[in-house]
Design a protein around this ligand. Structure first.
Ligand SMILES: *Cc1c(COP(=O)(O)O)cnc(C)c1O
Length: 391
């Protein structure tokens, strides 16, 4: 049975060759790829200053701490109520309080809900482009300007997509991107890399002086081997990975930010070079899913013709049990993932985000999947929904 995997990472010959060259030259931590990556990302995004660090959350922490230094009287950051838990912990690690605001059906922060949450403690609004679907970032830019707040453009899940001709991540005061698994450019598991895009000149000196004290991430050679084993060889290592993880739990993500390591910068450069072709492969898979799932009355809430999505989320009918769907698909060698858990206690989280989070299921979308594979995923999914009487 052919396996249908989640899109953890899509590496080709160049990524392996680049990484092996960095390993062989002994330039694991320090090396020329770091500057090259910053320059190429700057060019690609049309950004004035890009600083490559070890993760998206490090970029968020550095940027938010710098913002807080400029307005020390303010402690709150408005964030989407449906969000990657790493964002919430990054806000907290910067000594700030995340304030959730409602999201709309595309899972992005709603402008009107964000506006309602603005108070005299509000430092910034953090807007994320969930799973790559662009948020109304230009609208938020106007809102932030009008309200005298900072704006963070969290493009962790998307690289190279534009709104009004401007790349996501380059709006507001600073932006971030991430090179963790399942993102657009993948260098490894979380901790492999990310970048801070600094657009506000007032912020730049604060960010630069923080970054100047950082060393490149360490122990990346070991992390590289673990990543290849856990993600790139999953079709062959499933059982072994289970035992590997049991006996060697993943090293916890370092809490102190670091610069990106040369090894990871090297693979990020290769991923940047293959971004366009990987984007086209994803669009093909998306169009195909939209057609097949539509036939069963299932919808992709973030889908729009021609729009890139980093991950493909289906919203199951009310009452459907995500876990039994996942089990059924797993029996057919199809891997899936549920949505993010609501980050606040049940009573405080905005209603739509809370309700929707429980109904999202991420579908397999590895680049190797064909039309026939996608049709099979649709069939199996509709089968389990019918049999559990929810469909
Ligand atoms: C993954 C992610 C981050 C954090 O990136 P890491 O590199 O894993 O630290 C931040 N924001 C969003 C929206 C993300 O999806």
């Amino acid at each position: 049975m052919k396996r249908c995997e989640l899109p953890y990472a899509s590496w080709g010959f160049h990524e392996f060759r680049g990484a092996i060259a960095a390993l062989a030259s002994g330039q694991l931590r320090h090396g020329p790829a770091i500057d090259q990556l910053e320059n190429q990302l700057g060019e690609r995004l049309g950004a004035s200053r890009v600083v490559a660090v070890d993760s998206g959350r490090s970029a968020l922490k550095i940027g938010l701490e710098t913002l807080a230094g400029l307005r020390p009287d303010r402690h709150e950051v408005i964030v989407p109520a449906y969000i990657c838990p790493a964002v919430v912990s990054a806000v907290k690690s910067a000594g700030l309080r995340p304030i959730p605001a409602e999201v709309s059906h595309d899972l992005n922060l709603r402008l009107d809900s964000a506006r309602e949450r603005i108070g005299d403690q509000t430092l910034a609004i953090l807007v994320a482009h969930m799973y790559g679907a662009p948020a109304d970032i230009a609208g938020f830019e106007s809102l932030a300007k009008e309200a005298g707040l900072f704006l963070v453009d969290d493009a962790a899940q998307v690289v190279g997509e534009t709104v009004n001709g401007r790349a996501l991540g380059t709006f507001g005061d600073f932006g971030v991107i991430s090179f963790a698994q399942s993102k657009c450019l993948v260098t490894g598991e979380s901790g492999g890399g990310g970048a801070l895009i600094c657009q506000n000149g007032e912020l730049l000196s604060g960010v630069s002086s923080r970054v100047a004290t950082l060393d490149p991430a360490s122990a990346r050679g070991k992390a590289f081997i673990a990543f290849i084993w856990n993600y790139l060889l999953t079709p062959y290592t499933d059982k072994a990975t289970y035992y590997w993880r049991r006996f060697r739990p993943a090293t916890p993500h370092a809490t102190a930010p670091a610069r990106i390591a040369n090894l990871d910068a090297k693979t990020a450069l290769c991923q940047l070079a293959s971004l366009n072709s990987r984007r086209n492969a994803r669009l093909f898979i998306l169009e195909s899913y939209a057609r097949h799932l539509g036939a069963y009355g299932l919808t992709l809430p973030q889908y729009a013709p021609g729009r890139y999505l980093a991950r493909i989320m289906v919203r199951l009918p009310p009452g459907a049990d995500v876990e039994s769907c996942r089990q059924h698909l797993r029996r057919h060698a199809m891997t899936t993932r549920p949505g993010y858990p609501p980050f606040l206690d049940k009573t405080d989280a905005p209603a739509y985000a809370r309700e929707t989070a429980r109904r999202l299921l991420e579908l397999p979308a590895a680049a190797s999947m064909t039309q026939a594979d996608i049709a099979r995923v649709g069939e199996r999914l509709s089968e389990v929904l019918r049999s559990s009487a929810f469909g």
